[in-house]
Design a protein around this ligand. Structure first.
Ligand code: UD1
Ligand code: MG
Length: 446
């Protein structure tokens, strides 16, 4: 038995009032559509076809699925017709249909509707209790089964009093779905071909359509405007924080801690408020992160401390201490025990074990050996107006306060620069230099 999915996402989402198509809007760092595809995959459904508009079709490869363009949006039933025409028929196949704007529905929901399909049940669907003001379609039941779905805009006042609504997640036997959508008509308030009209066709043919009521309507909240987007973000973030806390992470204030779905945090790490961990950030055990920090694609070893700092696309070894007020970016690589203090920027540089830059420095395109100390106010002058040049600093080097290292330049192991040096030539190992331009010092003068 193969299970494939069709995700409807061609709608522009006019209520977003946006130049960006709705399902590409982000929630906790990922597009809405990403969550739907992720949940389907987690439910074991890898073969996913997305019904797109031109903007989404251009970006569909990012999601690792196929897309099919729906030229004109004539309704959910029409969108499914377009999708089915682009799929090779599979005998005894099953098809899940979902909407691309429901990021909070987890894999269990998709599994439950597929499992509920059987010989004389050609269609199952998820229902949820919603307030009377909802514009979701209403479920008209006959006993245990669904008799029909009435769209809010076609509903009588009596229909509108029904609390059980159509979430917009369905499973079908493929052959039955192909047959049912081929004969849909658009004689309704919106002049659209409704996928939901397939219910009546099955019922008229003597078949049963089985509803599965979700306990928590929040799981099937659709996103139509930016207020709903913000509410869903809060819910998703709360779930991500709860999962991390259950795995042994202390989050002091989940309301002001912002996580993303692929972030990993080790046990006994403590996250202080106003802190975000984004993209593929990965934090080890027994770390302290925050308050007021932003990590994006940051990889931290164990026992790392990051206070009030920004770390982007960088890697920190065990026991590193950063901040307050530091900025590490563009492949900064700090080995174990490195200490980066206030107002220090490190960009595309590596610092060896135990190296330090404690105050007010710019370390860019540099390599700093283990045990070296970068004094306050040191600048690697890496840009000569045309290109970026590298600075190499050996092991156990002492760079004096306010040194300018005019790259390309090498400072050998054990060397020293005096305060205020402007280093324009390589400094051999063990040598002491000072001045502008820096010159070797007689040993006793230092
Ligand atoms: C639909 C359901 C309604 C359900 C509600 C839940 C129908 C007829 N109605 O209504 O019963 O309660 O969802 O959210 O299905 N789309 C396309 N192509 C189209 C039309 C729509 O891809 O031609 C996509 C949209 O991008 C959207 C989804 O299908 O992701 C749902 O379409 P929408 O028009 O929002 O349907 P609703 O009125 O919300
Ligand atoms: Mg909708």
């Amino acid at each position: 038995m193969t299970v494939r999915a069709i995700v409807l996402a061609a709608g522009k989402g006019t209520r977003m009032k946006s130049d960006v198509t709705k399902v590409l809007h982000e929630l906790c760092g990922r597009p809405l559509l990403w969550y739907v595809i992720q949940a389907l995959r987690a439910a074991g459904i890898d073969d996913v076809l997305v019904v797109t508009n031109p903007e989404l079709q251009n970006r569909i490869d990012e999601f690792g699925v196929r897309g099919v363009l729906q030229g004109e949006q004539l309704g959910t039933g029409h969108a499914v017709q377009v999708a089915l025409a682009a799929m090779t028929p599979s005998e005894r196949g099953r098809i899940v249909v979902a909407y691309g704007d429901m990021p909070l529905a987890g894999p269990a929901i998709y599994r439950s509707i597929v499992d509920a399909l059987d010989g004389d049940v050609p269609m199952t669907l998820i229902t949820a209790r919603m307030p009377a003001s909802s514009n979701f379609g209403r479920i008209v039941r006959r006993g245990e089964n669904v008799e029909r779905i009435v769209e809010a805009r076609d509903a009588t006042p009596e229909d509108l009093r029904i609390e059980e609504t159509n979430a917009g997640i369905y499973a079908f036997h493929e052959d039955r779905l192909r047959e049912a959508v081929s004969g849909l008509r658009n004689d309704n308030a919106q002049k659209e071909y409704y996928l939901t009209d397939t219910v009546e066709k099955f019922v008229r043919g003597g078949e049963r359509v089985r509803p599965i009521l979700v306990e928590d309507a929040a799981d099937v909240a659709g996103i139509n405007d930016r207020v709903e987007l913000a509410l869903a973000r809060r819910e998703m973030n709360a779930r991500l924080c709860a999962a991390a806390m259950r795995d042994g992470v202390t989050i002091v204030d989940p309301d002001t801690t912002y996580l993303e779905p692929e972030v990993e945090i080790g046990r006994d790490t403590v996250i202080y408020p106003n802190t975000s961990l984004a993209r593929l950030s990965c934090v080890g055990t027994h770390c302290v992160v925050g308050p007021n920090s932003r990590l994006s694609n940051a990889r931290l070893g164990d026992r790392v401390t990051v206070r009030e700092s920004v770390i982007v696309d960088s890697t920190l070894g065990d026991g590193v201490q950063v901040g307050p007020f530091a900025h590490l970016r563009a492949n900064a690589r700090l080995a174990g025990g490195v200490r980066i203090g206030n107002f220090v920027e490190v960009k595309n540089s590596e610092l060896g074990d135990g190296a330090k830059a404690n105050h007010l420095a710019y370390v860019g395109d540099a390599s700093v050996g283990s045990g070296s100390n970068i004094g306050a106010g040191t600048i690697t002058c890496n840009f000569d107006g045309e290109r970026k040049n590298r600075t190499t600093i050996g092991k156990n080097v002492s760079i004096g306060s306010n040194t300018s290292l005019v790259a390309p330049v090498d400072v050998g192991d054990g060397a020293l620069t005096g305060a205020g040096s402007v280093v324009i030539r390589d400094v051999p190992a063990g040598e002491r230099v000072a001045g502008n331009p820096a010159r070797p010092l007689p040993k006793k003068e230092v």
